[in-house]
Design a protein around this ligand. Sequence first.
Ligand code: ATP
Ligand code: MG
Length: 276
Amino acid sequence: MGLRRKKQRGEKIAAPVHTTGEPHGGTGDWAVELDGVRRQYGRGSGAVHALRGIDLKLPRGSFTAVMGPSGSGKSTFLQCAAGLDRPTAGTVHLGGTEITGMSENKLTALRRTRLGFVFQAFNLLPSLTVEQNVLLPMRLAGHRPDRRRAADVLARVGLGDKGRRRPGQLSGGQQQRVAIARALVTSPDVVFADEPTGALDTTTATEILNLLRSAVDGMGATVVMVTHDPAAAAHADRTLFLADGRIVDHLDRAPAARIADRMTALTAPVYVGAAA
Ligand SMILES: Nc1ncnc2c1ncn2[C@@H]1O[C@H](COP(=O)(O)OP(=O)(O)OP(=O)(O)O)[C@@H](O)[C@H]1O
Ligand SMILES: [Mg+2]
C-alpha cells in the first residue's frame, strides 16, 4: 500500500499527469487513476454535467491540489475518486484496484483500510480520546488497534503527548493534526483532503499544509486536496484547475501568486476575454 515505500533520498518521483498516457508499468503504479469519468445529475434538459470526462493518473508519493470556481466539480471529483459517489461513466482505480462497480460493502471496507480523509470540520468524535480517534479506522475495519502505530503517527504530527486528551481540549489546528494522524494510521493508498485548512487561521493553516507536505516527502503518502486557497495549493507538487467539469489546466510547483492569477482567469473568463 501507498505509505509502505519510503522515498529514497534524491529519488525522482514522476510528476503527476492528468492526460491519458502510458503508465510506467501496470495500473498498480498509480495511486489514483481516473479514465473518462463523468458524473451527471438528473436527466434530460435539466441534467447537470458535474464531471464531463476526467482522465487523471497520480503517482504514489505525490501531492496534488484541485482548484476551480464554485460549481466546477471539485467536490464531485473528490467524491468519485474516493468511492463516496459513483460516476455515471468511466472507471476509477485506487492503488491499482478498480473501485467502479464494487459493492457498497467492499467499498466501505476499502475506504476504511486504504483511504484516509481529512475534512474542513475535522470530524473527530468528541467523546473519544485523541488516541481512540486515531485508532478508529482500525477498529471500524475490524483490525486489532495498534497503539504503537497510533503513538508513532501522533508523534509525527507533533501530538505525542496529547493521546489522552479529548478533541474539545485541543485547538483547531491540533484537532486537524489528530485528523491527519487518523488519516495516516492505516498507511492508506491515498489521503483525500477537502478544504483541510478552511477553518484555520493563516499561521495554523501553514502548519497543517507543511504537515501534509512532510507526510508526502517523509512517509511516501499520496495526498489529493481540494482547496479554494492559492497559498494552500502552492504546497502541492501540481495544481489541477477544474472548470465546468473538466480539467482545463495545471501548474507545477507554482507560487501562490501564479496560482491566484490562473484562478482569476478561470473565474472571470468573459472579463479576461474582453480585456484581451
Ligand atoms: N446532488 C446533486 N444534484 C444535482 N446537482 C448537483 C448535485 N451535487 C452537485 N451538483 C451540481 O454539480 C456541479 C458541480 O458541483 P460540485 O459540488 O462538485 O462543485 P464544487 O466545485 O465543489 O463547488 P464549490 O466550490 O462551491 O464547493 C454544480 O453545478 C452543482 O450544482
Ligand atoms: Mg465543493
